[in-house]
Ligand binder design. Structure first.
Ligand SMILES: CC(C)(COP(=O)(O)OP(=O)(O)OC[C@H]1O[C@@H](n2cnc3c(N)ncnc32)[C@H](O)[C@@H]1OP(=O)(O)O)[C@@H](O)C(=O)NCCC(=O)NCCS
Length: 179
């Protein structure tokens, strides 16, 4: 393991797996069994549950919890205070069934979006800030709103299409500047 940084305020359980070059900032909790890929950044106050799988090059901003059932492929951006869910119809008095949420490579989820569980967020897609996602987001599309709907803007189509084959390569983050 090389180049891994874990801030001393964070608790990373020994049975988790952290890829080379990954940085975990203040007050995070990574559970036993969680798998985080290489060169990821976890901002402040991020929680990663036991059965969560995170690919390489993901950036998870402050105040995000990834609950059991959530999978992120490579190069996924999760904005600050995004909310994932894993039970569709929760009740305090009975145990709900965990549903899966799958985020494909290169996708961005804007700040404060809520992802209702059981959906797939498509490759290189973009979820606008504050959206409530209730259905699958197709690859290479942008959605926003409550509930989130596919939007159509010429520049977005161009950007998403051009970026599709090479996401993660066009811009290098400054590793010294933290998250
Ligand atoms: C989705 C997004 C990329 C669109 O940006 P854009 O293409 O520059 O769009 P514009 O600002 O020109 O907005 C176009 C229209 O969509 C609306 N709109 C834009 N984003 C919206 C959103 N998230 N929810 C609802 N409506 C939105 C605008 O109000 C505008 O409406 P109008 O035409 O009636 O005036 C951007 O608004 C966004 O949500 N970015 C995410 C930011 C973020 O969360 N960053 C996290 C890290 S800091």
């Amino acid at each position: 393991m090389s180049g891994i940084f874990i801030h001393r305020s964070s608790y990373v359980e020994p049975g988790s797996s952290i890829g080379d070059g990954t940085k975990i900032w203040h007050f995070c909790h990574v559970m036993d069994g969680a798998v985080i890929g290489r060169n990821c950044v976890l901002g402040q106050n991020v929680y990663i549950a036991a059965n969560v799988r995170i690919g390489d090059g993901c950036r998870i901003q402050n105040n995000v919890s990834l609950f059991d059932g959530v999978t992120l492929e490579d190069d996924v951006f999760v904005g600050p205070s995004v909310v994932f869910t894993n039970v569709k119809r929760p009740r305090a008095y009975k145990r709900g069934k965990y549903e899966k949420t799958y985020v494909k490579r290169g996708a961005t989820i804007g700040a404060n979006a809520t992802i209702v569980c059981g959906v797939t967020i498509g490759e290189n897609s973009f979820v606008g800030a504050g959206s409530v996602v209730t259905k699958d987001v197709p690859d290479h599309t942008i959605v926003w709103g409550v509930p989130a709907k596919v939007q159509s803007y010429a520049w977005i189509r161009r950007e998403l299409t051009n970026k599709g084959g090479e996401h993660g390569k066009e811009e290098k983050m400054d590793s010294k500047s933290g998250y």
